[in-house]
Design a protein around this ligand. Sequence first.
Ligand SMILES: *[C@@H]1O[C@H](CO)[C@@H](O)[C@H](O)[C@H]1NC(C)=O
Ligand SMILES: *[C@@H]1O[C@H](CO)[C@@H](O)[C@H](O)[C@H]1NC(C)=O
Ligand SMILES: *[C@@H]1O[C@H](CO)[C@@H](O)[C@H](O)[C@H]1NC(C)=O
Length: 189
Amino acid sequence: MTTQFVILSLLVSCNTLIYANAEDTGFVGSLDHKALGLKKKDKVSHFRFYFHETFTGSNATTVFVVPPLPQYSSTSSFGAIGVMDNVLTAGPERTSKVVGRVEALAAATSQTEFNLLIFFNFILTQGKYNGSTITVLGRNRTSLKVREIPVVGGTGVFRFATGYAETNTIFFDPQTRSTIEYNIYVSHY
Ligand SMILES: *[C@@H]1O[C@H](CO)[C@@H](O)[C@H](O)[C@H]1NC(C)=O
Ligand SMILES: *[C@@H]1O[C@H](CO)[C@@H](O)[C@H](O)[C@H]1NC(C)=O
Ligand SMILES: *[C@@H]1O[C@H](CO)[C@@H](O)[C@H](O)[C@H]1NC(C)=O
């Protein structure tokens, strides 16, 4: 009886403490998932899509806008910065169904090898995902065939998203174009 009472009062004072702290700060409080309109349980989804880069011509979709520092131009391209805006397709052919776009920024951030810091926003346009985005930010170690990059968040159905992405080069010719496979494993509500 006494033990139960002690536990109960501990619980009560604990709750009071959390609540009091929240009130004290004046700028933070806790919400439950329902108040945010989120379903209780999160789930993991696997998205697979492809994007197709064009490197040259007036319709180039991936362009380097800042050249590398001269002393790295023939080695790691350190200092180069590029942007891209590419169509996402469901299959590896350019003509397959369009499911969104990927807008991105990339910078060569290694002095010793060609590595990129990449910042990708995947904008989906299909079904319940229409208008939702997934943000991927990390290091693209271009020397590896498959590269793992973290999912750092998202919007719409991807609020509170976490996960990782794997990329795989299907075709790559620096003079003309590329096809890149993207697998995104994302935990979301
Ligand atoms: C660029 O895109 C436009 C519109 O899709 C197309 O008419 C044109 O032929 C393309 N130009 C090149 C160089 O691919
Ligand atoms: C996606 O949403 C936009 C804006 O609401 C709408 O114009 C478009 O038709 C939708 N696309 C699909 C495939 O549902
Ligand atoms: C990684 O870099 C390679 C080489 O530039 C590029 O083809 C590929 O699209 C990049 N992947 C990502 C996820 O940035």
